[in-house]
Write a protein of this length. Structure first.
Length: 283
């Protein structure tokens, strides 16, 4: 993958409300986004608990989405609409940054959330461009056209979802304080794993130290033979729920139950629970 920009070399691009969805007519930057001055999620939750209703208004939240392909493209599309409504209902602001250097090719259109007209565009530009109309005072999408390989490649956030086929990026996020709360999404065909900070060390090592690099979310031959599976869409739905409920928890909703770490199949059902206190993986 071609590395086009470094975050210290070029400012973020903010797509403006009502702008063209074509990457060929990208607007000039509307404004430069500053790094959110937020504490870790646990500290923030404790702080919010002591706030009155007026103090909770205008709070800013930030989400990093690492990847813009088979899983992340569905995460973003599923997240923007309800996240925007969350921000409206709570009087808060949400910034979602999407990191990926890849470009849309014809094979991507079969199982990733891209249109035939997106072929040849940077994935982050195609995604943020299509969703530009949802932006406004409540929510901002930031297209970051580079890969996350070091801490200097991503901004500090409240939540970080890693949905890219890079064991190194996954491990980096799990160890960085800039990630806030984090979740990792992986899949292969109809099966997927969803891991969080509550996952066991053994489960985390399966997708970091012992994981295969550049592994597609579809099995070999699935695209060419028309045997595409939906494990990528299933784990994207779990990740979307995790982000939304984590935001609710941070806003003071004590009843927001967070999705548990697990392995599942769209065909066979639950394969195992992957938390630290309970790790049961089916055969």
């Amino acid at each position: 993958m071609r590395r086009l920009r470094r975050c210290q070399a070029k400012p973020f691009i903010l797509w403006s409300l009502g702008s063209s969805t074509s990457s060929q007519t990208r607007n000039t930057p509307v404004r430069h986004l500053q790094r959110p001055t937020t504490e870790c999620c646990k500290t923030r939750h404790e702080k919010v608990s002591g706030m009155n209703s007026s103090e909770k208004e205008n709070m800013g939240y930030s989400v990093n989405l690492v990847g813009a392909g088979g899983i992340a493209s569905w995460v973003l599309h599923g997240l923007v609409r309800p996240a925007r409504r969350f921000a409206q209902a709570t009087g808060s602001r949400l910034t979602i940054r999407v990191y990926d250097s890849d470009y849309v090719d014809e094979d991507n259109v079969h199982h990733q959330n891209f249109r035939p007209s997106d072929v040849g565009k940077a994935k982050v530009d195609a995604l943020c461009g299509e969703l530009a109309e949802f932006q406004g005072e409540e929510i901002a999408l930031v297209a970051c056209e580079w890969d996350v390989r070091s801490e200097s490649d991503f901004e500090e956030a409240d939540l970080t979802v890693v949905a890219v086929d890079s064991p190194d990026a996954r491990e980096l996020v799990t160890k960085s304080k800039k990630s806030g709360k984090w979740a990792i999404c992986t899949c292969a065909g109809d099966s997927f794993m969803f891991l969080t900070e509550e996952s066991s060390e053994q489960a985390i090592s399966m997708v970091t130290k012992n994981a295969q690099k550049d592994a597609s979310c579809q099995l070999p031959g699935a695209i060419s033979e028309g045997k595409i599976e939906a494990g990528n869409m299933a784990v994207a739905a779990v990740a979307q729920t995790w982000v939304l409920r984590s935001l609710r928890e941070m806003s003071g909703d004590e009843g927001a139950k967070i999705p548990v770490s697990r392995a599942e199949s769209t065909v066979l059902g639950t394969l195992g629970i992957m938390t630290e206190n309970r790790e049961e993986v089916g055969e």
